[in-house]
Design a protein around this ligand. Structure first.
Ligand SMILES: [Zn+2]
Length: 457
């Protein structure tokens, strides 16, 4: 099911040259480079070669992409690979009911086979849409399956088992605090920084209502033994959830996290739709990162996060599609477009312009995950996580002016515009063909596994 070609590593010293129409670097000056090719040696960007100085015979591969624009791979800071199989099966419900009636029972029924195929379907969808790095929430059991699939597929990302040791919504779907702690230590030891650092561990307490204080705090302590790992949880998503948190702790959600010492610059909080002035001050003081998921916030009726305010206050905001059952797809293009548009009726047309949004989906995502020295922009010395996108389709702008490149990507493009995708200097998608998966096979396997999974509930 996984194509053997993708499993092989690039040969040592392999030299690839990509000749695009233009290069959107996302460097600090937002440079757009024309009439240059990008040279990649050993998976890293080694130079920009002027078109008239190219010596094709010096390369193992020359990719002529004169009609395509080269951009950095997209980075999504909040996704749920385990849920992709459940797309369309949890409609029109608010957060806590959505979890209680649908998502927790579904995730509880996963076995290794169903989890393997949902990971494959997710990685395939993310890659086909130009996402090269993600932060995954994982699921309660068999956390090794998703991490193993990430290693095999060639994609970059963070995942880890989802931590749940209290579950009033669906009591079957939890584990003991002791087992949770034992599992994360073993998984992080086995997987953190695997595949040459392409796959890293993220510690993932589900949300405040599903974890004991002991589990939340000890997880943060364990994380210190795994530098570069991420503490990834949900916070302040819906008003009903926040009411429950208040009843339990007599605090707002982020105030509670702050009081137990789990907020810092390696913590990513998904959502933060409803926050107080005091909580925003804590997020800023702790340099905690927010993963904004506009589609999910709209579909579950949670609300509209105050993103312009966060950015004004200097809080890190990046983007994620969340899970397929609350979206219902994993397209970064949908998130970019919505993230901008939903704010304009509230805050005015000038907020969240396309360039700001594009940076959120690339270099800011890398900064949020502390991998900005490796990926997130097209600069010499960085790893070659690259996307070739066709901006000459009939739905794109008819002007070739550099000024509207960002709006052409953010507002006019979809995953259909993505042509080829490279991670770590390896082509994973080429000419819209996956070099990783036999797509028909994983879709039919997904359908089979879903039928069997639904019978296990
Ligand atoms: Zn989520």
């Amino acid at each position: 099911m996984i194509k053997s070609k993708s499993m092989s590593k690039n040969k040592n010293g392999e030299k690839i040259l990509i000749i695009p129409k233009r290069i959107v670097t996302v460097d600090t000056a937002n440079s757009i480079i024309k009439n240059h090719a990008v040279e990649i040696i050993d998976g890293k960007i080694s130079s920009f070669v002027p078109i008239d100085e190219i010596q094709k015979e010096n390369y193992d591969e020359v990719y002529d992409a004169k009609n395509l624009t080269l951009i950095p791979g997209f980075i999504q800071t909040h996704v749920h690979l385990s849920q992709t199989l459940f797309r369309g099966l949890a409609e029109d419900l608010p957060l806590l009911e959505w979890l209680r009636l649908k998502i927790f029972p579904f995730e509880n029924a996963h076995n290794k086979e169903s989890l393997r195929v949902t990971a494959q379907l997710s990685i395939n969808e993310l890659l086909m849409g130009g996402t090269t790095t993600f932060l995954d929430m994982g699921t309660l059991r068999n956390g090794d399956v998703v991490l193993d699939e990430m290693i095999n597929s060639g994609i970059r990302g963070f995942s880890g088992k989802c931590l749940i040791d209290i579950n009033d919504l669906y009591p079957e779907f939890k584990s003991s605090t002791k087992d949770e702690i034992k599992d994360i230590t073993n998984l992080a030891e086995s997987f953190h920084n695997s595949a040459d650092g392409r796959v890293r561990y993220s510690f993932s307490p589900r949300f405040v209502l599903s974890c004991t204080e002991k589990l939340l705090k000890e997880t943060k302590e364990i994380m210190k033994d795994f530098p570069g790992s991420i503490y990834h949880t949900h916070s302040s998503e819906s008003l009903l959830e926040i009411d429950e948190v208040r009843k339990r702790f007599h605090k707002e959600n982020i105030e509670y996290f702050n009081s137990i010492g789990v907020l810092d610059d390696h913590t990513v909080l998904a959502h933060c739709v409803h926050t107080s002035d005091n909580e925003r001050k804590m997020l800023k003081d702790r340099n905690t990162r927010i993963a904004h998921c506009p589609s999910a916030n709209m579909k579950l009726g949670s609300g509209i996060a105050p993103i312009p305010q966060y950015l004004k206050e200097g809080i890190s905001v990046t983007l994620g599609a969340d899970g397929a059952p609350c979206n219902n797809n994993l397209s970064i293009f949908n998130e970019m477009r919505l993230a901008s548009l939903i704010q304009k009726p509230i805050h005015g047309t000038e907020v969240l312009d396309a360039q700001t949004i594009f940076r959120m989906a690339t270099i800011e995502g890398a900064k949020a995950l502390h991998i900005q020295n490796e990926v997130g922009s097209i600069e010499i010395g960085k790893k070659a996580d690259l996307v070739l996108i066709d901006l000459d389709s009939c739905t794109n702008s008819y002007s070739d002016s550099d000024e509207l490149i960002y709006s052409d990507i953010v507002f006019s493009s979809t995953t259909e515009n993505v042509r080829s995708v490279m991670v770590d200097g390896r082509w994973l998608i080429k000419g819209r063909e996956s070099l990783v998966y036999e797509q028909k096979e994983i879709i039919s396997k997904g359908k089979e596994e879903l039928q069997m999974l639904l019978k296990r509930i």
